[in-house]
Design a protein around this ligand. Structure first.
Ligand code: ATP
Ligand code: MG
Length: 570
């Protein structure tokens, strides 16, 4: 392809709205353009990368025995009402009505649709196991679309749904997807960790996320450097620090007029935050839930939701609810006399001695509070694990880091097949609910994540397997007829060999062309310059600073070597 005839779209300036490197580079390299908040148009180079990732996904899914399918993106509300998710999904769902006032949504995910297909098409155990997948556009009206296609409102997802007759079958289907996901991310050039994820209180017997370690990730992962343990922080158990035993002292109400935060209180009492237990108040489907953790800890809301058996709406309580529950302004909540439907006490708090709590009275705290003597609640692990907590597998310390979730595999069990009546006839002719799994990969998010892991100050460094083009041939001086002619010959020969090759025949200085090639991230560059007089050209890998002088004939060998190194056939 001749660059002079193509829409290139590289930008010199970094667009102000792009906060993270992948977003900046996708705009600067002309991969995409923004149309509205969280909505992007893919430009030719960007689209080629998307297609390549899709092809890798397709190949690995097919190899794992899954079958491609394509459902509609416009979904009738009735299906969602059957599963009970029409309301649950909330404002994240793009809803619409047709001319007859019939309700639809733009599919944010497709469990209902595939369960519906299964109940219509699967009659007998003889048709099982079955795994159907699609690569399709999803719509989610995210509360905070950000970081370009990392979290957009329209994105391409590969979603797969497996159907089995029993749990052993589900385990096999799930493990096949686990393997396929490893292969997919490896082939895309991503260094990825598979972490245990929370499967929620509502069912599902296992779930794992594929995470790429990155400062810009919105998730946190806890992992052990001594064993293979890795989990989403939401799921990671935390270790209770054992407080030193003390004689129980008398509880006493103290006036703390302006001390509302733990920081204020630490100053006021001239002690440290470990001597406090804070009480946080949540609203969960209309119920008031109070949660106590040590002053320096954070509540893990997922653990709390699981402890109460799941919740549709779960959020920090508003000022009014807090006032009603505590009879006090925000900042003075405590467990003694609180009007809550449930009090959850972190196990660490239950094992502390003579600590400070809010008194449910504006301007007051209690000192020398003790669990059981002064208040009681449901004790459990309700706090967020932190760096240095014990690994639940080998007892060494865990490390905590940020991560980007690129994929998710989930054992659904019978959650949807039961609510939607998707059954099959087993060997004895009895109707049983299908055992399901679901498996997702964000295609555009994968693309952005690859850039986060593969770039330098000059631009993107695409792994060969997903680069928009594999080689770029650059004639250094367009006025030099010999350079142009030989560059064209090399380009044509590479094209005939089956390579995806660009010829930068634009009437620009060599420096400008190199800058663009680097920004776009083409893995291999062949420059035809002055040395062509001796029959030589320059060969450069985008990932290396070395510029090798080789003969024209050697170029083809060099390129073949690169393909072999990347386990790719030419
Ligand atoms: P997140 O916690 O990041 O919102 P999720 O749990 O909602 O993700 P799933 O419903 O499991 O995501 O979707 C499967 C995959 O789709 C995710 O692993 C991710 O790669 C991708 N994905 C989800 N939401 C978005 C989005 N708004 N933009 C781009 N990709 C997304
Ligand atoms: Mg989400």
């Amino acid at each position: 392809m001749k660059l002079s005839k193509m829409l290139v779209g590289t930008l010199r300036e970094t667009p102000a709205e792009a906060e993270i490197i992948s977003h900046q580079l996708m705009l600067r390299a002309g991969m995409m353009r923004k149309m509205a908040s969280g909505i992007y148009n893919f430009m030719p180079f960007g689209l080629r990368v998307i297609k390549k990732i899709e092809d890798i996904v397709r190949e690995e899914m097919d190899n794992a025995g899954a079958q491609e399918f394509l459902a509609s993106a416009v979904l009738p509300s009735e299906l969602w009402k059957e599963s009970g998710r029409w309301e649950v999904f909330g404002p994240e769902m793009f809803k619409l009505k047709d001319r007859n006032e019939r309700e639809f949504c733009l599919g944010p995910t497709h469990e209902e649709v595939f369960t519906d297909i299964a109940r219509n098409e699967i009659k007998s155990y003889k048709q099982l196991p079955l795994n159907l997948y699609q690569i399709q556009t999803k719509y989610r009206d995210e509360r905070r679309p950000r970081f370009g296609v990392m979290r957009s409102r329209e994105f391409v997802m590969k979603d797969a749904y497996s159907f089995d007759k029993d749990n052993e079958g589900l385990d096999i289907s799930y493990n096949k997807m686990y393997e396929a996901y490893h292969n997919i991310f490896k082939r895309c050039g991503l260094n990825c960790k598979c972490v245990e994820a929370d499967s929620g209180a509502m069912g599902g017997s296992g779930s794992a996320e594929f995470m790429v370690q990155s400062e810009v990730g919105e998730d946190e992962i806890a992992f052990c450097t001594h064993c293979e343990y890795a989990a989403n922080i939401e799921k990671a158990p935390s270790t209770a620090e054992i407080s030193e035993k003390e004689e129980l002292a008398t509880i006493e109400k103290i006036s703390t007029p302006d001390a509302k935060t733990i920081e204020d209180l630490v100053k006021f009492f001239k002690t440290n935050s470990k001597k406090f237990a804070k009480t946080l108040i949540y609203l969960s489907d209309g119920k008031v839930i109070a949660v106590m953790v040590r002053g320096d800890r954070e509540v893990n809301e997922v653990k709390v939701v699981n402890a109460i058996g799941g919740a549709v709406d779960f959020e920090m309580a508003d000022a009014e609810t807090v006032k009603a529950a505590t009879n006090a302004e925000i900042g003075f909540a405590g467990p003694v006399g609180i009007k809550a439907d449930l009090l959850l006490v972190d196990e660490e708090v239950a094992n502390m001695y003579n600590f400070i709590i809010g008194a449910n009275d504006t301007g007051y705290h209690y000192i020398n509070a003790n669990y059981k003597r002064d208040f009681e609640g449901k004790v459990g692990d309700f706090r967020k694990a932190v760096e240095g907590d014990k690994c639940p597998k080998c007892e060494n310390s865990i490390t905590v880091a940020r991560g980007i979730e690129v994929g998710h595999i989930f054992k659904l069990g019978t959650k949807y097949s039961e609510s939607m009546g998707a059954t099959f006839l087993d060997e004895k002719g009895e109707a049983k609910p299908l055992i399901m799994g679901c498996y997702g990969i964000g295609i555009n998010r994968t693309m952005a994540t690859v850039i986060e892991q593969n770039h330098d100050e000059n631009g993107i460094i695409w792994p060969l397997a997903i680069a928009p083009y594999q080689v770029i041939v650059v004639p250094a001086v367009m006025k030099d007829e010999e350079q142009v002619k030989i560059a064209e010959e090399i380009h044509d020969k590479l094209h005939k060999m089956g390579l995806e090759v660009l010829l930068d025949d634009r009437d620009e200085r060599a420096g400008v062309k190199f800058k663009d090639a680097d920004l776009i991230g083409i893995p291999m560059r062949v420059t035809v310059g002055k040395k062509i007089k001796e029959g030589n050209v320059e060969f450069k890998l985008r990932s290396s600073s070395e510029n090798e002088v080789v003969s024209v004939e050697q170029v083809y060998e060099k390129i073949k070597e690169e393909f072999a190194k990347n386990n790719m056939r030419l």
